[in-house]
Write a protein that binds this ligand. Structure first.
Ligand SMILES: Cc1cc2nc3c(=O)[nH]c(=O)nc-3n(C[C@H](O)[C@H](O)[C@H](O)COP(=O)(O)OP(=O)(O)OC[C@H]3O[C@@H](n4cnc5c(N)ncnc54)[C@H](O)[C@@H]3O)c2cc1C
Length: 222
């Protein structure tokens, strides 16, 4: 069973504003479960490359998938990678330019990405990926065929080198700035759904499922 806290190492310890760091699994997992995309960093021929992609967490593993021909999947397979996930919660407007900031919850994961070859685990990863994006969709959608499974590469990364960093709250202007006649405060931001738009070729009579009509991200416990 995994420990409650992921031990910080020289590589994963947040230095600046260390008070904003957390290594608690519950907090890290809540951020990973709420966000939709990550940025995956790998080194290709000496050049660091960062690519946005989707992911899912299942237990103590993160899953990444894509076409076998994708450079990201080819290079990251059995290689050291870095994954960053960010939830932007707001803009922080201070009186001074210097103290402007952002409210956020972010996670950085380091580790070696492993290629999944076991068909059953690959299928479980697919389910995790689908349910991460739209909970309940796996139950309804047509499941992958053997051909589709072969046409997709899945990598997994164990969550044992990870950190979270969180900034919340108002701007922190120095005392001498606080009486300046300049507005200061926060502009909260949130990713939210709009009305679902049905596919133009959708047969008549198929209702919008509840998970699409009332779509919302699961809000983490951070
Ligand atoms: C939306 C957003 C905007 C930001 N804007 C700025 C900015 O403009 N300028 C700036 O300097 N910083 C910014 N940061 C913070 C930035 O992510 C780093 O935390 C910061 O650069 C300090 O890094 P460091 O030198 O202390 O640690 P580093 O030595 O760079 O990192 C050491 C280890 O700490 C962990 N770590 C570092 N940062 C994070 C993080 N954000 N989340 C989780 N783990 C982390 C990683 O494991 C990393 O390997 C922003 C963060 C977010 C999410």
């Amino acid at each position: 069973m995994s420990t409650q806290v992921i031990e910080a190492t020289e590589r994963t310890r947040v230095r600046r504003h260390a008070d904003r760091a957390s290594y608690e699994r519950e907090r890290i997992y809540a951020i990973l479960d709420e966000a939709l995309i990550c940025h995956l960093g790998f080194v290709f021929e000496g050049q660091p490359i960062v690519v946005p992609t989707m992911y899912a967490r299942q237990g103590d593993w993160l899953y990444i998938h894509g076409a076998p021909a994708s450079r990201m999947l080819r290079v990251a397979s059995e290689a050291e990678v870095c994954i960053a996930v960010t939830l932007l919660d707001g803009l922080v407007l201070a009186r001074s330019v210097f103290n402007h900031s952002m409210n956020y919850r972010s996670v950085v994961v380091l580790g070696r990405a492993q290629l999944i070859t076991d068909t059953e685990e690959k299928m479980e990863a697919f389910q995790a990926l689908v349910d991460h994006v739209v909970r309940g969709r796996w139950e309804e959608a047509r499941h992958p065929t053997v051909k589709e499974l072969k046409a997709t590469k899945v990598l997994r990364l164990r969550l044992d080198q990870a950190s979270a960093k969180l900034r919340q709250g108002p701007p922190t202007d120095p005392l001498q700035d606080q009486t300046l006649p300049i507005w200061a405060g926060e502009i909260p931001l949130r990713v939210g759904p709009m009305e679902p738009i049905e596919a133009p070729d959708l047969p008549v009579g198929i209702p919008v499922p509840d998970y699409a009509r009332h779509y919302r991200r699961q809000v983490g416990a951070s």
